[in-house]
Design a protein around this ligand. Structure first.
Ligand SMILES: NC(=O)c1ccc[n+]([C@@H]2O[C@H](COP(=O)([O-])OP(=O)(O)OC[C@H]3O[C@@H](n4cnc5c(N)ncnc54)[C@H](OP(=O)(O)O)[C@@H]3O)[C@@H](O)[C@H]2O)c1
Length: 288
C-alpha cells in the first residue's frame, strides 16, 4: 500500500509513519516546519496550499490527513490561519484525493463536541465551543472517513512540542509541583494504539465516523495521578485545580470523553484501557 501521511512530523503522524514502515508500506510523510524521523519526506504548507501538487506525483492509494493547527488557544486568536489550515487545507487535500481516486482518512477531534454530556457517540450532534473545534468540524464536511481521538499522548516529543504525559513526567522528575484540573473529563489516547487503529481503517477501506480514543474515561487530574503512579513518581506534587482557575484563551469542553464501543465492535485493534496504554508507554519510553 502506498500511503501519504500529512502531519508526518507530528505526535500522531510520526507514529503512523513508523508503524506503516514496519508493516512494509511505501510511506510518504508530509511535514512543514519540523524534522521528520521516519518516512519519505514530502514538504508542503497548507497555508495558501503551497507545494500541494507534490501529492499528484506520489499517487497515494490512501491519504491519512493528520496535519492541523492544533494549538487551541492560537486558533482562537488567529482565526483566519486556523480556518485556512484546518478547514480549507482539508478541503484541498480531500479534493486531490478524489482526483487521484485515493481514499482519505481525516483525523478530527473530540473538540467538535460541547462537553456538556461526555461519552459522545459517533451520531451525537457536534456543537463546538471554541474556534479550533469549529475549524476541525468544517474539515469533516469534505471527508467520508472521519476519526475523532481525544487527548493524544506518546513516548516522544514531536513537531517541536512535548505532549501532556511527557510534560508531566518531566515536571515530576524535576520535583516540580503542577496544577491539574479535576473537573475536566477525557478518554486519553496513546498515539501507538490510535496509529494502529487508523492503519486498520485505511487497510480495510472503512468509511464513516469512528471515535478512536482510549477506552477509559477519567478526569485529567486522575490521569496525571495514574501516570505518576505508573512511573513511580511523587503524586503529591500534583495539586488539584479547576478549569475556572486556568488562564486559557479558548473555552475547553468539560467532558469531551468519547464512547469507543463502535471501534470495539468493528476493529481488530481495540481501544486500550488506560492500564494497558500506560504499560505500553512505559515500555516505549524505556527504549527511547
Ligand atoms: N493532540 C491531541 O490531543 C489531539 C486530540 C484530538 C484530535 N487531535 C487531532 O489529531 C491530529 C494530529 O494531532 P497531533 O497532536 O499529532 O498534532 P501535532 O503534533 O501538533 O502535529 C501537527 C502536524 O501538522 C503539521 N502542520 C501544521 N501546520 C501545517 C501546515 N500549515 N502545512 C502542513 N502541515 C502542517 C505539522 O507539521 P510541522 O511540525 O512540520 O510544521 C505537524 O506534522 C490533528 O488533526 C489534531 O487536530 C489531536
Amino acid at each position: 500500500m502506498r500511503i501519504f501521511i500529512t502531519g508526518g512530523s507530528g505526535l500522531l503522524g510520526s507514529k503512523i509513519v513508523e508503524i506503516g514502515m514496519i508493516r512494509g508500506y511505501e510511506v510518504y510523510a508530509g511535514y512543514c516546519h519540523s524534522k521528520l524521523e521516519f518516512g519519505e519526506p514530502v514538504k508542503f504548507d497548507l497555508v495558501k496550499n503551497t507545494d500541494l501538487e507534490v501529492i499528484y506525483k506520489i499517487e497515494p492509494e490512501v491519504i491519512i490527513h493528520t496535519a492541523a493547527l492544533t494549538n487551541v488557544d492560537e486558533c482562537e486568536v488567529n482565526k483566519e490561519l486556523a480556518y485556512e489550515i484546518n478547514a480549507e487545507g482539508t478541503r484541498s487535500v480531500a479534493k486531490i484525493a478524489k482526483e487521484l481516486g485515493a481514499s482519505i482518512v481525516y483525523v478530527s477531534t473530540d473538540y467538535v463536541f460541547s462537553g456538556d454530556k461526555g461519552m459522545y457517540k459517533e451520531d451525537d450532534e457536534p456543537n463546538p465551543i471554541n474556534y479550533y473545534g469549529y475549524t476541525k468540524l468544517m474539515g469533516e464536511r469534505y471527508c467520508d472517513c472521519i476519526v475523532r481521538p481525544c487527548v493524544i499522548y506518546g513516548a516522544k516529543p514531536a513537531s517541536g512540542k512535548v505532549n501532556f504525559a511527557l510534560w508531566l513526567l518531566n515536571k515530576l522528575k524535576n520535583g516540580e509541583k503542577v496544577n491539574i484540573v479535576t473537573d475536566q473529563y477525557i478518554t486519553p489516547t496513546l498515539n501507538t494504539n490510535l496509529a494502529k487503529m487508523l492503519l486498520e481503517i485505511a487497510e480495510r477501506g472503512l468509511k464513516g465516523i469512528f471515535h478512536l480514543a482510549g477506552a477509559t474515561r477519567i478526569s485529567r487530574y486522575d490521569f496525571a495521578l495514574r501516570i505518576a503512579n505508573k512511573f513511580g513518581l511523587d503524586g503529591d506534587l500534583i495539586t488539584p485545580s479547576s478549569m475556572e482557575e486556568m488562564k486559557w484563551v479558548a473555552s475547553r469542553p468539560k467532558d469531551s470523553s468519547l464512547d469507543t464501543s463502535k471501534a470495539l465492535r468493528y476493529l481488530r485493534e481495540k481501544p486500550y484501557v488506560l492500564d494497558k496504554a500506560l504499560e505500553v508507554l512505559k515500555e516505549e519510553m524505556e527504549k527511547c
